[in-house]
Design a protein around this ligand. Structure first.
Ligand code: MG
Length: 209
């Protein structure tokens, strides 16, 4: 049990709240989901990309399994921070609030800019090499909603958002690929598990969750 004393420490000037200045995980998670929603990107649209990336390797895989995987990826701080930074910059560019020449570079999605890919790639590393190679594939081939965002269907600046969606989809795909191996070792496929059981810890001997 966490007591009030455990949350504080003495620095000579008295007790200081250790949590001072920190943002609660739930708040960051909610802000991330809200930001994607505001920009018209749904969990289902991202999951469709994951499904397309993984169906060839996974018997019984459903869109619901992919949605579970996307939701799980969105719970990682690494991913949340990238999404919040990228979307903020897109929105500031739309409002013409960036200073020049950055305003023009972001607004026009200047070909040599690359910071959008770099931020998205940073959060991909958490999920290993399959995530990295899938991200490269999506960056090049722009599947599903990534294509819509990249080709600027409708108005708005999506310089960062298209890469962030590729990053989320790549991570969720990698997570499924790793789950496949666990299932194979138990002579099972995705056809044998519910979406809730997509999490790596479920139905694995020796784990309790
Ligand atoms: Mg981009």
């Amino acid at each position: 049990m966490v007591t009030k004393d455990m949350m504080c420490y003495k620095n000579g000037a008295g007790k200081v709240d250790r949590n001072q200045g920190r943002v609660h995980s739930k708040q960051v998670y909610e802000a991330t989901k809200e930001a994607l929603d505001r920009r018209g990107v749904t969990i289902e649209e991202i999951s469709k990309i994951v499904f397309e990336m993984q169906i060839a390797y996974n018997v019984g895989l459903t869109l619901e399994h992919c949605m579970e995987s996307v939701e799980s990826v969105l719970k990682k701080r690494e991913m949340q921070h990238a999404i919040l930074v990228g979307i903020e910059l897109d929105e500031l560019a739309e409002k013409k609030m960036l200073s020049e020449p950055l305003q023009q570079i972001v607004e026009s999605d200047e070909g040599l800019f690359g910071v959008d890919e770099t931020i998205a790639l940073g959060s991909v590393f958490t999920y290993g090499s399959i995530a990295v190679t899938t991200f490269g594939h999506l960056d090049k081939n722009k599947i599903g909603i990534i294509n819509k965002l990249d080709t600027k269907v409708g108005n708005g600046v999506h310089t960062f958002l298209d890469d962030l969606v590729a990053s989320i989809a790549a991570c969720a795909s990698s997570r499924i690929a790793h789950r496949t191996r666990d299932l194979e070792e138990q002579n099972e496929t995705f056809a044998d598990i519910t979406p809730e059981e997509t999490a790596p810890e479920t139905k694995i001997e020796g784990t309790t969750t």
